[in-house]
Write a protein of this length. Sequence first.
Length: 224
Amino acid sequence: MTIRVIIVDDQAMVRAGFAALLAAQSDIDVVGEAPDGKQAVDVSRGTHPDVVLMDVRMPEMDGLEAARRILDPPPGVTHRPKVLMLTTFDVDDYVYEALRAGASGFLLKDAPPADLISAVRIVAAGEALLAPSVTRRLIADFARQRPAPRKNFAARRSGLTPRETEVLELIARGLSNQEIAESLVLAEQTVKTHIGRVLAKLGLRDRAQAVIFAYESGLVTPGQ
């Protein structure tokens, strides 16, 4: 299956470079580009991409607001692509909010070309992707802010079985499916089944939102 991608960045050379790299892959088709978030929303609705590669900081409308509009479209618009955010880590403060908005992951702008190609494929397949340094930043932000658990989130979590709760906690701690399987002495396919049930019961899009939910519900406390 060909992965349809649009590239959103306010720098024309960046868009051209990413487009050339991705278009050279036999399973990826670059179907559109946009120089800002406002145009990204229109291009997304007109081209129906599978993945939106979205810069965070842009004029007119930043990537965070554009991601919100793309992932929470108005009535009548049913297409919801995956959004992969591009960040420079040291200056971007949008990681937490973008994940809450439904972004499927983050990739650092200086990542190797092979990582970009892999990231597009991972996100298109329905998985979440967080660069290790971005994950550390996210956890550090939680540790600093220590927000009070949301009561409605805790109530939603009560619908999970004990095993599903264990799986959710390990997801939030950054373990892969294989590592979760080894920790709980389960088959990896069984872990995937549990994750699917967790996401369905909690109404979550992917692992990235599962991480946010685990912290906001008080299941996991940073540093412990």
